[in-house]
Design a protein around this ligand. Structure first.
Ligand SMILES: Cc1cc2nc3c(=O)[nH]c(=O)nc-3n(C[C@H](O)[C@H](O)[C@H](O)COP(=O)(O)OP(=O)(O)OC[C@H]3O[C@@H](n4cnc5c(N)ncnc54)[C@H](O)[C@@H]3O)c2cc1C
Length: 388
């Protein structure tokens, strides 16, 4: 395809579902990615948590759409993406987390999410191995539980979505880096890559951590910075944990920790470094594992004998306020940014994909207009999203 209707730059957590949604609605779509296959950027570093449980109504709306896609993928398309509807448990040991979660519950329930407060005993029924008390002497108070959330394999999911996009007519070209955007008379006309040129009236910037550089090719600015995070996977063990557990208490060098047991029995876990580590050095460190292990064992003592198989490092494409940047460029008509997904690009991907397809078809709904106002690339960036 030298002259598609839409060129998508990036075949990651966002670009792949964007291509799938566009192709399914009959839009001739070409996807270009510098990597060797779909999902080789931040996508494969993500641990695969998928929730509609957010603090921002735009994320709740988009997350619900994604959740439906992932949860029903095997039934509707036949591919096993290792989906498990295990729910998300946000645990509280201190009064301040209980107050935050209970406040968020009001917004979440107002938006129709299936989520509630579990007291200590009900939480222990769901997650029996949680420590009853923290090392600081705070007793488990309970937490929120959202049974419909879940997790899956990010690589299996992105490959399944890419295959579905191909079947619907999208074309993917890998090992091809976009090096130039053609802009004439204020309109985007196409792209140049290290292999050739393509023309299209619409170009979607889904370049993840490199989205600011792609925007700069059209003299546009995007507030996205690569923020480094590490994760790990253990040996497989017999099932003992159903929900994905999140502990948002700050610890030495970390802002939170989250983990789940995969369908194959492995514990998959990561934490958010504090202060953030900016940059693009993807080499894993010797700091992460001792740090995260200490937190995990304090939270769930039975994990102390679990052997870790591998650690890795990837990026969160961060924005100043923790919310995505989705919208038409003000510098080049036809250039559409779908970037800055922070720690949630995988779980928001399919919802963002269908939003982008509606934008391209000029069929955005009133709800979409609200989402797009919240996620405008040139907004003021006041405040911080609470569950980023
Ligand atoms: C340790 C860790 C755990 C995480 N856990 C979760 C989680 O549980 N759930 C969740 O939702 N998110 C999670 N995330 C965040 C998630 O990985 C990102 O938000 C998401 O992958 C971003 O998607 P993206 O499509 O914007 O970027 P990517 O998936 O990185 O895709 C961007 C693509 O663009 C391509 N590209 C860039 N520049 C060019 C160019 N010039 N030309 C051609 N191609 C180009 C890249 O090769 C890449 O494939 C986690 C991240 C990390 C690091």
């Amino acid at each position: 395809m030298r002259h598609p209707d839409v060129i998508v730059v990036g075949a990651g957590s966002v670009g792949v579902p964007v291509a799938w949604s566009l192709a399914c609605s009959g839009v001739r779509t070409l996807v270009l990615d510098a990597g060797a296959s779909a999902g080789q950027g931040a996508n494969k570093a993500a641990i695969g948590g998928v929730r509609a449980t957010h603090a921002d109504p735009a994320k709740i709306r988009t997350g619900r759409e994604s959740l439906r896609v992932f949860a029903n993928w095997e039934d509707e398309h036949g591919d096993d993406i290792e989906w498990v509807t295990g729910g998300y448990a946000f645990v509280a040991y201190r009064e301040q987390e209980e107050i935050t979660f209970r406040k968020l519950l009001q917004t979440q329930q107002r938006h129709g999410l299936d989520i509630g407060w579990l007291d200590r005993d009900a939480m222990l029924d769901r997650v029996p191995d949680l420590a009853h008390e923290s090392p600081e002497g705070d007793a488990l108070r309970g937490g929120t539980f959202s049974p419909g959330d879940g997790h899956c394999s990010t690589l299996l999911a992105s490959h399944a979505l890419a295959e579905a996009a191909r079947r619907a007519g999208a074309e993917f070209r890998f090992r091809e880096r976009v090096t130039e955007l053609f802009v004439e008379g204020g309109r985007v006309r196409g792209v140049r890559t290290d292999h050739g040129s393509y023309t299209a009236p619409v170009v979607v910037n889904a370049a993840g951590g490199a989205a600011a550089q792609v925007a700069a090719l059209a003299d546009d600015e995007l507030a996205v910075r690569a923020d480094l995070h590490e994760a790990a996977i253990s040996e497989p063990v017999a099932p003992f944990l159903t929900p994905l557990v999140v502990d948002v208490r700050p610890g030495p060098g970390s802002a939170n920790v989250y983990f789940y047991q995969s369908k194959g029995g492995q514990l998959v876990f990561c934490l958010t470094p504090s202060p953030p580590i900016w940059g693009d050095d993807l080499r894993e460190t010797s700091v992460f594992l001792p740090q995260v292990a200490k937190r995990l064992v304090a939270l769930m003592p039975r994990l102390r004998h679990l052997r870790v198989r591998r650690t890795w490092r990837g990026i969160y494409p961060m924005t100043p306020d923790g919310s995505p940047l989705v919208g038409w460029s003000e510098r080049a008509e036809g250039l559409l940014h779908a970037a800055g997904m922070c720690g949630q690009g995988f779980m928001l991907g399919p919802g963002v994909g269908s939003l982008v397809a509606r934008m391209v078809r000029r069929e955005a709904t009133a709800d979409d207009a609200e989402t797009l106002a919240a996620w405008a690339p040139r907004r003021a960036f006041v405040g911080q999203e609470a569950l980023r």
